[in-house]
Design a protein around this ligand. Structure first.
Ligand code: NAD
Length: 384
C-alpha cells in the first residue's frame, strides 16, 4: 500500500478533532512538536472547543464541523481524539477531504468499521494511522530485544490490576476493560512476538463492588500460529497493589525468561544446559524516540514525510482490534473463537453496511479480509 506524502516545506498544519480529556493532552504534545502546527480545533461541544482555545490563547479556527474548520484553516492533516463511536465517521470524512489522519485507539469500535477504514485509506490514498501509544517506550524496545534471544516462546502473560474512577463513557460500556484498555496490552503482545494470534478463549465478570456497568474484569488466552500462548488477566476495579498502566509482563522461552513491570527496565535470565542461570545487564536503552503519544506523533510525521508505512497503519492495527472483538465474542458465547471467524464476519458486515459506493467496490474486490491483509502485508515487506 502507498499513500500521499506531504512535501511542502514548513510544519504540517493539523486540525485536532475532540477537545476532551485526551484532546487536551494532545494539545500539550502538539505544542512541543515543531514539525507540526495547530491550525484548528473541532468538537461537537462547540463551547468546550471555544473555551479550550480561549484558555490556551490559541489563534486557530474553531467549529463543530470538520469540513468547515479544514476549509477555514487550510489544514493538511487531522488528529482524531473523539470518542470511539465517532472514529469511523470522523476518519472517513477527513480521508475524503484529502487529509491523512492520526486517530486515537481504538481506530474504530468494530473490526467491520476498521475494514471499511482500510478500504477508505486505499481509495483516498491518504494515510490512516492509529496512535497505539503504549508501543512507544525505550524499556519496551529493550524487552522486545530480550524476547528475540529467548529461543522459542512458550508463554507471554500480562497482569493488569488498577482501580480508576473515570466517569463518562467507560462506566457505561459493555466491556470497558477489554474494549478500552486491553487493546494496548494485546497490541504490545503482537509487537513483542512479531506475530498475530489465531484464536482466543476469554471469560469476563464484574466484581460485586464494581463501579462499572459492564464487566470490568477479564482473563483471555490467545493462541499464536507458532504455538505460543498469550494470557491477559486483569481488573479495572482492583484497589491496592496496583500494577503500572502497562501491566506486569513475563515472557517464557526455551532458553530463559524475561519480566517487565511496565515502568522500569526489563529483566532477563537465561538458563544453560547445565542449569546455570545468568542475568546479563545489557547496555542501557538508547534515548531513542519520544514516549507514548509523542512517539506515535513522531512516527506519523516521519511516515507523512517519507512514505514509509508506520507500525500503527490501519492495516496492521486491525489485528489488535480483532483480538479485542474475538475476546468479547468468546466471553459472550463461552467458547474458543478464531481470528478468521472474526475477520470473515466483519468482512460480511462491512460489505453490507458500507454507505460509500467507492469504498464498497474496493471492499468487494478483496474477496476476503484475510486474503487482502496478507497480500498487503507482503507488499509492505517487499517494499522494505
Ligand atoms: N492512549 C491513551 O492512553 C488514551 C487515554 C485516554 C483516552 N484515550 C482515547 O482517546 C479518545 C478520547 O477519549 P477522552 O477520554 O478524551 O474522551 P472525552 O469524552 O473526554 O472527549 C471526547 C471529545 O470528543 C468530542 N466528540 C465526540 N464525537 C465527536 C464528533 N463526531 N466530532 C467532533 N467531536 C466529537 C466530545 O464532545 C468530547 O469533547 C478515546 O478514543 C480514548 O480511547 C487514549
Amino acid at each position: 500500500m502507498s499513500f500521499a506524502t506531504i512535501d511542502a516545506e514548513g510544519p504540517i498544519r493539523v486540525v485536532l478533532v475532540g477537545a476532551g480529556n485526551m484532546g487536551r493532552h494532545w494539545l500539550d504534545v502538539i505544542a512541543q512538536t515543531p514539525e507540526i502546527t495547530l491550525v484548528g480545533i473541532v468538537d461537537l461541544d462547540l463551547e468546550l472547543a471555544q473555551r479550550t482555545v480561549a484558555e490556551r490563547r490559541l489563534t486557530v479556527s474553531v467549529g463543530a464541523s470538520l469540513a468547515e474548520v479544514v476549509n477555514a484553516s487550510t489544514a493538511q492533516a487531522v488528529i482524531d481524539v473523539t470518542v470511539p463511536p465517532a472514529h469511523h465517521a470522523v476518519n472517513t470524512e477527513a480521508l475524503f477531504l484529502g487529509l491523512p489522519v492520526l486517530c486515537e485507539k481504538p481506530i474504530a469500535p468494530t473490526v467491520a468499521d476498521a475494514l471499511s477504514l482500510i478500504a477508505a485509506e486505499e481509495v483516498s490514498g491518504q494515510l490512516l494511522m492509529t496512535s497505539q501509544s503504549r508501543r512507544y517506550y525505550p524499556a519496551l524496545a529493550e524487552l522486545r530485544e530480550f524476547v528475540g534471544t529467548l529461543g522459542e516462546i512458550g508463554a507471554v502473560t500480562t497482569e493488569f490490576f488498577k482501580a480508576p474512577h473515570f466517569g463518562g463513557f467507560r462506566d457505561e460500556m459493555d466491556h470497558p476493560l477489554l474494549v478500552d484498555m486491553a487493546i494496548h496490552a494485546f497490541d504490545v503482545a503482537r509487537y513483542l512476538l512479531h506475530a498475530d494470534p489465531v484464536a482466543v478463549d476469554c471469560r469476563t465478570f464484574n466484581p460485586s463492588w464494581s463501579w462499572y456497568r459492564g464487566d470490568a474484569a477479564a482473563t483471555a488466552v490467545f493462541e499464536f500460529a507458532d504455538g505460543a500462548r498469550y494470557t491477559f488477566t486483569g481488573s479495572w476495579c482492583s484497589p491496592g497493589l496496583e500494577t503500572s498502566w502497562n501491566g506486569s509482563w513475563r515472557i517464557s522461552g526455551a532458553l530463559g525468561s524475561a519480566t517487565w513491570d511496565g515502568e522500569g527496565r526489563p529483566t532477563v535470565e537465561y538458563v544453560d544446559d547445565a542449569g546455570g542461570a545468568s542475568r546479563p545487564t545489557g547496555a542501557a536503552p538508547s534515548e531513542g524516540g519520544r514516549s507514548e503519544i509523542a512517539g506515535a506523533l513522531d512516527e506519523w510525521v516521519h511516515a507523512l514525510r517519507t512514505g514509509s508505512v508506520p507500525s500503527g497503519d490501519v492495516h496492521a492495527n486491525v489485528f489488535s482490534l480483532a483480538m479485542v472483538e474475538g475476546a468479547v465474542r468468546s466471553a459472550e458465547t463461552l467458547r474458543r473463537v478464531s481470528v478468521d471467524e472474526v475477520l470473515d464476519d466483519a468482512y460480511a458486515i462491512a460489505l453490507e453496511a458500507e454507505r460509500r459506493s467507492d469504498v464498497r467496490a474496493a471492499l468487494a474486490a478483496w474477496g476476503s479480509a484475510r486474503a487482502h491483509l496478507v497480500d498487503q502485508e507482503a507488499r509492505v515487506a517487499a517494499a522494505g
